[in-house]
Design a protein around this ligand. Structure first.
Ligand code: ATP
Ligand code: MG
Length: 158
C-alpha cells in the first residue's frame, strides 16, 4: 500500500501522545516534502509501536522523545530518540536479537518478552531497509531505520 510517510508517522505519534501516562514531551522533526513509500502498513505500525513503546518505557519523567524523518536520494531515514537510561555500549547491537534484554532485573520489572525489536528488525529487512541503534548509558537511545523510496518523476502519469 502506498502511503505518505509523514502523515502515517504523525498518526501513530498522535495515538501515543494521546494515551501516554508519563510526563514526556514529544518533539516532531518531520520532513517538509511528501514522502511516498510502498509499505505493509500493519507491519510498519507494529515496528513503530515497538520502538515508541520502548522509548516511553525507558524514558524518565520530564524527558523528551524526538521523532525525525530525513530523506536522501533513494531512501528515507526515520529516527526515534529518547532521554532514557540508555544501553551499555557492548550491548547496543544485541538489542535486535531475539529474547535479548539489556538488564535482567530491570527488564523483569518493566515487563515484556525481548522480542519487540527482533520482530521490528525482521520487518524492516523485509521492506528492504536497515535498522540500528545508537545509545549512551545514562543519556539516551536513538533507533534509526531506513526505507527505500523512489521520487515521483514529473510526467510519469502523463
Ligand atoms: P517486548 O518488546 O517484547 O515487550 P522488550 O521491550 O524488553 O520486550 P525489545 O523491544 O526487543 O524487548 O528490546 C530489547 C531490549 O533492549 C530491552 O529489554 C531493553 O533492555 C533494551 N532497549 C530497547 N529499547 C530501549 C530504549 N529506548 N532505551 C533503553 N533500553 C532499550
Ligand atoms: Mg519492546
Amino acid at each position: 500500500e502506498w502511503v505518505e510517510f509523514n502523515y502515517f508517522f504523525k498518526s501513530i505519534i498522535g495515538r501515543f501522545e494521546f494515551s501516554k501516562s508519563q510526563e514526556v514531551q514529544f518533539i516532531r522533526l518531520l520532513s517538509s516534502s511528501e514522502l511516498f513509500v510502498e509499505i505493509d502498513t500493519d507491519k510498519m505500525t507494529q515496528v513503530l509501536d515497538n520502538i515508541i513503546s520502548n522509548a516511553l518505557k525507558y524514558s524518565p519523567d520530564g524527558g523528551d522523545i524526538r521523532f525525525g524523518i530525513t530523506m536522501s536520494e533513494d531512501f528515507i531515514k526515520v529516527m526515534i530518540s529518547d532521554d532514557g537510561m540508555g544501553i551499555p555500549q557492548a550491548n547496543v547491537k544485541r538489542i535486535f536479537d531475539r529474547f535479548y534484554r539489556a538488564d535482567r532485573a530491570r527488564s523483569r520489572a518493566m515487563g515484556g518478552t525481548g522480542l519487540g525489536l527482533a520482530i521490528a528488525r525482521e520487518m524492516i529487512l523485509a521492506h528492504g531497509g536497515e535498522i540500528w541503534a545508537e545509545s549512551e548509558e545514562g543519556k539516551g537511545t536513538t533507533i534509526f531505520f531506513t526505507l527505500p523510496f523512489e521520487l515521483q518523476e514529473d510526467g510519469e502519469w502523463g
